[in-house]
Design a protein around this ligand. Structure first.
Ligand code: SF4
Length: 411
């Protein structure tokens, strides 16, 4: 099949399903029509999902248009974002993931470790600037005080009791369990009781142990990731879910990961959203050693978002664009390809910037609103769990609050 030019790809939002459907291969068209009709990715077989993940040319355009239609059916025309601050409390890390340009050895000149007082102060500043969430992750330093993660929560909650704390990757949770010797469920319950609101579903990268071994020999296994996430959900801690694409994985890995996430969601109902994370290759060992391609192509960026919309439909209905890894136009295109959420304003974002991403460290709520209005959609600020949204119409005085349940109740 002919490869689409970037101009052809970028103009897909102007296509209508009736324009493109006759040009899509009959079997692929039947799969897309079934997903549109049933509004659930569960209606597709594994082979149908693989075929969608490998779509090219007009088939790919059909996938993008169908994903956008399904997005409109499932989440309407609202595009949400959350006002938050990213707080990486340390960049010192012994794990050595080859895709990471953020971590430092303890003696490097730019290594840092923020005190509990600094973390509390940053949370206070964020609250004063309108943030409703702080997102906290960091490197894994050796000999970390064994209750440090709990103590970060206590410091922030005593400074700003109303702040939602979205913190600690499954890798950090595994480290906390190792440090304390506590059972996983007890450890997570302790964090919850000290103020942990939700957990980022990061450290997933690709949930396939062969690929994980290439990315990082020391990272938690697929089974450990699933165990941490499932246990968190059962402890009443909701999480996000992620996939890192554009390095050494194949489209089959995307499919299997999305289906695994569906399976977890059908058991626990604990995922709030799915976040595709494009690999930023510059400044990474993975790329320097010839183990990865140069990040995702435009077609891959769009395809992953669209595939997620189709395969996760009826299971995880919020698909986020990670704007720090994309440029302005690309993030808008991904919103046309099935996504409905812009993620967080972030205020400071170190991890993608160190790896070479250029989208910046902060997008103000006003910038988000403008980007969303530019593509004809409705901007709305949300809380972390999407249970409250505040629609932002072009004039501030028209803003109003709507309580809206966009997801099934957390089981
Ligand atoms: S991704 Fe996280 S765990 Fe891996 S090296 Fe970077 S900071 Fe450490």
């Amino acid at each position: 099949m002919r490869e689409l030019t970037s101009t052809e790809l970028s103009s897909f939002p102007s296509l209508d399903w009736l324009d493109i459907a006759p040009r899509v291969a009959p079997s692929l068209r039947a799969s897309l029509e079934k997903a549109l009709e049933t509004q659930t990715g569960a209606s597709l077989t594994l082979d149908e999902a693989y075929a969608l993940a490998n779509a090219e040319g007009d088939d790919l355009l059909g996938l993008l248009v169908a994903a956008n239609m399904l997005r409109a059916e499932l989440t309407g025309n609202i595009v949400t974002y959350v006002v938050n601050r990213n707080m990486n409390f340390t960049n010192i890390c012994f794990v050595g993931c080859k895709f990471c340009a953020f971590s430092r050895g303890p003696r490097e000149s730019d290594a840092y470790f923020h005190s509990l007082e600094t973390m509390a102060q940053k949370a206070r500043e964020a609250w004063q600037l309108g943030a409703t969430e702080v997102c906290i992750q960091g490197g894994l330093p050796r000999e970390l005080d064994k209750f440090y993660y709990r103590d970060i929560l206590r410091a922030i909650k005593s400074a700003v009791p109303q702040m939602h704390i979205h913190a600690f990757s499954p890798m950090e949770i595994v480290y906390g369990v190792e440090l304390t010797g506590m059972p996983l469920a007890d450890y997570l319950s302790m964090l919850r009781d000290n103020g942990l609101g939700t957990l980022p579903g990061t450290a997933a990268e690709v949930l396939d142990d062969e690929i994980r071994h290439v990315l990082s020999a020391n990272k938690l296994s697929t089974a450990q990731w699933v165990e941490v996430i499932g246990t968190a959900h059962r402890c009443g801690i909701r999480t996000t879910s992620t996939l890192m694409y554009g390095h050494c994985e194949t489209p089959a890995h995307w499919v299997r990961q999305m289906r695994l996430l569906r399976d977890i969601q059908s058991e626990t109902g604990g995922f709030t959203e799915f976040v595709p994370l494009g690999f930023v290759h510059q400044n990474t060992l993975l790329f320097a050693q010839g183990l990865a391609r140069t990040g995702p192509t435009l077609a891959e960026h769009l395809k992953v978002h669209a595939l997620a919309r189709i395969l996760l439909a009826g299971s995880i209905n919020n698909i986020q664009v990670s704007w720090v890894k994309l440029n302005r136009q690309l993030s808008q295109l991904c919103l046309h390809a099935g996504a409905n959420d812009y993620g967080g304003t972030l205020m400071e974002e170190n991890i993608s910037r160190e790896a070479g991403a250029t989208a910046g460290q902060y997008t103000s709520p006003e910038d988000f609103q403008a980007l969303i209005l530019e593509i004809g959609r409705i901007p709305a600020e949300r809380n972390t769990t999407y249970s409250r949204i505040n629609i932002k119409l072009p004039f501030n005085e028209s803003a109003f609050t709507a309580e809206q349940s966009m997801e099934p109740e957390f089981a």
